[in-house]
Design a protein around this ligand. Structure first.
Ligand code: HEM
Length: 156
């Protein structure tokens, strides 16, 4: 299964998916800026939705099912407290383990990086004046992989 998943997301396949990532990112920016709006929550409007919408679109999952997929993947990532060992991305050490390692090394790492790169590039291009709307601190939820910012008020 791991080999199949890794082949399905190799460099060429990820490159072929880039237009979809770009389209999803642009659709989200369109929605955030609709009716001349100049402020939004970047997490709710963009960062929380870009990976999920991209992957479901690539897999052909109907947009109406996205909320269910979000609930299931949330339930999965919250259902392992205190199990594999703790993942400490900020620890001192030579090796990056953000995508795991060994036999479970993340097969989606290329696509994950592509979504991040395209997502940032589209924000920079479409909203060049993007900046924080208020001073922090911003709410952070502790997840298995570390702290996750849950709200980020921005304007442009
Ligand atoms: C920045 C984004 C991503 C991060 C940080 C990430 C991180 C990880 C990590 C740490 C593991 C190893 C888990 C373990 O050892 O038990 C993993 C496994 C996995 N990831 Fe990702 N991932 C990302 C994106 C993706 C994407 C986009 C996909 C697919 C579309 C994906 C599919 C998988 C699968 C199927 C596994 C299980 C592999 C196995 O157990 O053999 N990941 N990921």
């Amino acid at each position: 299964m791991h080999r199949v998943a890794t082949r399905a997301m190799n460099h060429e396949r990820v490159a072929a998916h880039l237009p979809v990532v770009r389209q999803v990112a642009d659709d989200l920016v369109d929605a955030m800026t609709a009716d001349g709006r100049r402020a939004d929550d970047l997490v709710a409007g963009y960062t929380d939705r870009l990976p999920l919408l991209t992957i479901t679109r690539l897999l052909g999952i109907p947009a109406d099912d996205c909320d269910r997929i979000r609930r299931w993947s949330g339930a999965y990532t919250h259902s392992h407290p205190g199990t594999p060992q703790a993942l400490l991305p900020h620890r001192d050490g030579p090796k990056f383990v953000g995508f795991g390692g060994g036999r479970h090394y993340c097969p989606g790492r290329g696509l994950g990086r592509a979504i991040l790169a395209v997502g940032l590039e589209r924000l920079r291009t479409r909203l060049p004046g993007l900046r924080l709307a208020t001073d922090g601190p911003f709410p952070i939820a502790e997840r298995e992989v570390g702290g996750v910012v849950t709200t980020l008020p921005v304007r442009w």
